[in-house]
Design a binder for this molecule. Structure first.
Ligand code: ZN
Length: 327
């Protein structure tokens, strides 16, 4: 299968995240300039944000077209950079993918403007003010004309960043000075889309995980955790009591999301096991209302209460219960 990646620098992703955080409750966006690899994957060398005359609302963003042209001409004439894509924010809407509207706009572009490929990045802001940046390649070759890409992030700043910023006065820079961003990272090339297991894991018969929905859920969870830059050593494990878990390291802690034997849509209550550096373990029981599994991610639930759990003062207590309701 064709492997889709978008390539850019840490610094450029940070610029996108900073622009995104300038507008927490409305859409904003900008454009992406660079080249295409020989496999037609985007290499983003310089990103811009919104021009001064953009129009925006909670659900729409229209770039200032004269600004886009001014940037495009300058980058092309001086550096031969091409306009290869754009980005926009779905701020706190939680929609990490292109909307139907975005897809229709792109469908028209690809059809009517003779563009072969275009890259779109979509940003969302979570409740910890972290920005997730997801990349999508648009082409008529794809079913539903788009596919999500992994990222390859080159260290530090794009060499074009200083050059352009020091020599121009028309570029609009973000007001936000610092940001934390997350992207879906390129995994080890040999474990593309597969679950990493150190030992053989047998999904217990007549458990939720022996059903198709259960396997799909587990794979999604595993991929979600693997794609995070802050989670390392992600492994699917089987404990002595046959329970399945996903273990990983986060913030120097060893964490396991363990699924009890009767884990199911009727009983979606994982246990978070936390090992500290003294090898002591703490168990946090998470009570979730019965729900269709494809609506939830135990990792997201864990992530949302992460601070609550680890910053909670009652350290003497080894078990805690957190109730989560999903609307
Ligand atoms: Zn959109």
């Amino acid at each position: 299968m064709e492997k889709l990646v978008s390539i850019t620098y840490e610094g450029e992703l940070e610029v996108i995240a900073r622009h995104t955080l300038d507008f927490e409750n409305t859409e904003t966006g900008g454009d992406l300039f660079g080249f295409w690899t020989k496999d037609s994957m985007p290499i983003i060398k310089y990103v811009t944000g919104p021009g001064k005359n953009t129009s925006r609302s909670a659900t729409s963003f229209f770039q200032d077209i004269p600004y886009l042209h001014q940037c495009g001409h300058y980058f092309h004439d001086n550096f031969a950079l091409e306009h290869i894509g754009s980005w926009h924010s779905h701020h706190k809407l939680g929609i990490e993918k292109p909307s139907e509207g975005d897809i229709n706009t792109m469908r028209n572009c690809l059809l009517n403007k003779g563009i072969e490929r275009f890259f779109i990045a979509i940003c969302v802001i979570n409740n910890r003010k972290e920005v997730t940046i997801n990349g999508f390649l648009f082409s008529n070759e794809f079913v539903n004309i788009h596919k999500q890409t992994n990222w390859i992030i080159l260290p530090n700043e794009s060499p074009f960043r200083k050059q352009i910023d020091n020599n121009t006065r028309f570029i609009v820079h973000p007001n936000t000075k610092k940001s934390i961003y997350k992207v879906v990272m390129e995994n080890n090339s040999n474990c593309d889309n597969k679950i990493n297991t150190s030992e053989k894991v047998e999904l217990p018969n007549d458990s939720f995980f022996s059903t198709e929905a259960g396997r799909k859920f587990l794979k999604q969870e595993y991929e979600k955790i693997s794609s995070r830059i802050d989670c390392t050593d992600v492994e699917l494990i089987q404990n002595d009591d046959q329970t399945i878990g996903i273990s990983f390291k986060l913030d120097g802690k060893e964490i396991e999301i363990r699924y009890p034997v009767d884990f199911s849509e009727k009983n979606p209550n994982p246990v978070i096991i936390e090992k500290n550096d003294k090898n002591e373990t703490k168990r946090h029981l998470i009570a979730v209302e019965p729900v269709k599994m494809y609506f939830i991610s135990t990792f997201d639930i864990f992530s949302d209460i992460f601070r609550l759990i680890f910053i909670s003062k009652n350290d003497d207590k080894n078990d805690s219960i957190t109730n989560i309701n999903i609307d």
